[in-house]
Design a protein around this ligand. Structure first.
Ligand SMILES: NC(=O)c1ccc[n+]([C@@H]2O[C@H](COP(=O)([O-])OP(=O)(O)OC[C@H]3O[C@@H](n4cnc5c(N)ncnc54)[C@H](OP(=O)(O)O)[C@@H]3O)[C@@H](O)[C@H]2O)c1
Length: 392
């Protein structure tokens, strides 16, 4: 029986709230807090049990701390934006509350994300006997746990990891992003990067691509990108030689993106428009569909998994572990599309394991540092069943 505070009432926040509400034996009291109270109220109206809601500015540590003191949660689930990670961690330290998120910190004025800022909180969380769990969505999150599961059960050594992420869904819009447009476009317009033999190798954006045959979807073109779990897996999977991340995009999507970039609409620096300072990417976000609004008419499936090569009992093996998620099924269950669903369910599971004491530590951790077994079992029970097969 625990009190949990969820921050962020977007697509992912809606799923986390629905899923926590379905496990009252763990999440006995829930507070959903976000910048726009109407969004919290809309999610509350979809639930069959009462929860509390509150308006909060998560950029403001003292406002957050005051709300935490009045609600007294044991854990905060941060599903606002990466910009708020540090202010929320500061408020957790001030009030003695555990912390969980799904995306690592990035500064608003620089399109750069890395774990250093949050790993630097390790000693402060440890001194206060608190735990922070970082990157507990699907990717990062489940993909890291898939690697820990492979290492525990199928390999003596892991040599290479390829994370493959396909969204074969159709939302009916010519161009839209599946999670926060600002964060998403910053990520996919960045230079590609992967880890090999202890070094980071950079590529031009979307320059490296190949076809992969996704189960239940078929062959799709996927593009090499930098993604945050590469950083923690390079640190936490002993002896790994290469880690890459691949995501599928349609030609239609890439053409829209290229045009937007070419005309300057993805810029994150302010420009003067008739005496007003406007950040083009923020303006673009205001024109694009809200990701949670895509859910109702979304059709098709996602497939996200890890292709892993290494050695077991002296023999080389290649292994694939993955989940398939259906957009329409997610909407029927929690009024969300599959990208929000595949992020929100793992956040709920991570929170549950922390509150049950099954995943416990003092300091700041990534998910692959814990026993993958209870998490893998919970995925099967809470809507994200996984499959595994040996490829050779
Ligand atoms: N690991 C993964 O697999 C994965 C995958 C997808 C997304 N994510 C992460 O999940 C998070 C949520 O994504 P999403 O698609 O749900 O985004 P979203 O729909 O834009 O929702 C973000 C929510 O946070 C709220 N918010 C923003 N700034 C705030 C502030 N200063 N104070 C209080 N609330 C604030 C927003 O409020 P308003 O409604 O007022 O704008 C909105 O309700 C992001 O960090 C994203 O990077 C992780």
């Amino acid at each position: 029986m625990s009190r949990v505070m969820i921050i962020g009432a977007g697509g992912v926040g809606g799923v986390v709230t629905h899923k926590c509400a379905k496990v009252p034996e763990v999440f006995s009291e829930i507070l959903l807090a976000s910048r726009t109270i109407e969004k919290c109220e809309r999610i509350r109206s979809q639930l069959s049990r009462p929860i509390e809601t509150a308006q909060v500015d998560a950029d403001n540590t003292s406002e957050l701390a005051a709300l935490m003191k009045s609600f007294s949660p044991e854990l905060v689930i941060n599903v606002a934006l990466p910009y708020q990670d540090l202010t929320i961690m500061d408020a957790c330290l001030e009030t003695g509350v555990d912390y969980l998120d799904t995306a690592n910190y990035e500064p608003p004025h620089e399109a750069k994300f890395c774990y250093k800022w949050q790993w630097d909180y390790h000693d402060r969380f440890k001194e206060k006997n608190l735990m922070a769990l970082l990157g507990c969505g699907f990717d990062p999150g489940v993909t890291n746990i898939f690697c820990a599961h492979a290492l525990k059960h199928h390999f003596d050594e892991i040599h290479t990891i390829d994370i493959v992420d396909c969204n074969a869904g159709d939302h009916g819009h010519p161009f839209a992003t599946n999670f926060n447009p600002e964060i998403n476009i910053r990520e996919i317009t960045a230079r590609g990067k992967y880890y090999e033999n202890g070094q980071w190798i950079e590529t031009d954006p979307m320059a490296v691509h190949r076809t992969f045959d996704f189960p239940e979807i078929g062959p799709r073109e996927m593009y090499l990108m930098y993604h945050e779990e590469l950083e923690s897996l390079a640190k936490n999977i002993p002896g790994v030689k290469r880690i890459r991340f691949w995501m599928t995009f349609s030609q239609e999507y890439l053409t829209h993106l290229r045009v937007l970039q070419n005309v300057g609409m993805t810029r994150i620096d302010p420009v003067d428009y008739e005496g007003t300072q406007v950040v083009p990417l923020k303006f673009l976000k205001s024109l694009l569909p809200d990701p949670s609004s895509l859910a109702e008419n979304y059709k098709g499936k996602t497939c996200i998994g890890c292709v892993i090569e290494g050695v077991k009992d002296g023999r080389v093996r290649k292994y694939f572990v993955y989940n398939i998620c259906d957009h329409a099924q997610c909407y029927r269950e929690v009024k969300a599309q599959a990208i929000s669903y595949t992020t929100g369910v793992p956040a709920m599971i991570g929170a549950m394991l922390m509150l049950q004491g099954k995943w416990r530590g003092e300091g700041v951790f990534n998910v692959e540092e814990f026993d993958p077994d209870p998490f893998m079992e919970a995925l099967n029970h809470h809507g994200l069943p996984w499959h595994e097969r040996f490829l050779d």
